[in-house]
Design a protein. Sequence first.
Length: 293
Amino acid sequence: MVDRPNKPQALVTTPGLPHKPRSTSHMTTLAWKDRAGNERLWLSDAAKLDGSKAVRGGIPLVFPVFGTAPDHEPTSKLPQHGFARNSRWDFLGKSTTESSGQTDASVKLDFGLSKATITDEAKKLWPFSFSLIYSVTLTPDALRTGIVITNDGDQPFEFQTLLHTYFRIGDINKVSVSGLEDAAYIDKVDGAKEKQQAGDVSIAGEVDRVYHPANPSTPVVISEGGESKFSIVRETLGDVVVWNPWTEKAQGMGDFEPKDGYKNMICVEAGSVKGFTKLEAGDAYSGEQVITV
Ligand code: BG6
């Protein structure tokens, strides 16, 4: 791998694994440095990195259910946000492209998860034949994370998925999110009422919203003090969750440290979570986000 400041030192590996034909690890993108060496993702000081709990920070992958879905029978028994973020993934390989000017150089890491590799417990809770490839691509100015979900079985299944990105920011009070103007959203902190966004999103208390923008190709931009910090362009992933736990929720999460860390993070999560997506036998679904700083 080329040594550059924004190399993906980001992936959790668990030392001391028993020997397996391919390497496996709990897999969450934990960190991403920009050209200047500044960390751009938020990671809790108390995040569990040993696989005993989903990582509080970075970019955990939500699949096959967002939150819990007691009324959706096939996913009703699954834990919050499904099993993918707590599973051991196979490392499938690395590919790099180099260029003389380094402007389009990239490194791509691929990880796989399937019915054959999840735990027996997860299989019992969600017995479908699937495979998932999660790709993390790093270029000098962007981080690209993508998923391909394939139905390997002989019956359809329904899923939700989300790239649960924790962005690091300086001061939540100065943050605004554009690209969601006029979008319909479900307000999870106000009885799941359906509302419509007026103007940019700003955060002045607990926010937990599922946006369904009419035009999914409009970039979602996180700005701070009027200056653009991150631009998120989505492929296929039609919904955007905006989450900040604010004071009380942060207090209630044992793995959220420091407790005032909510001031330095905002989750803007690209996904497909409004209703369920049906995948017919043999079909595949792909989705991606490209984050540019
Ligand atoms: C967000 C949800 O995506 O994730 C919130 O909209 C939830 O409702 C948050 O609280 C964190 O979830 P978890 O399971 O990582 O604590």
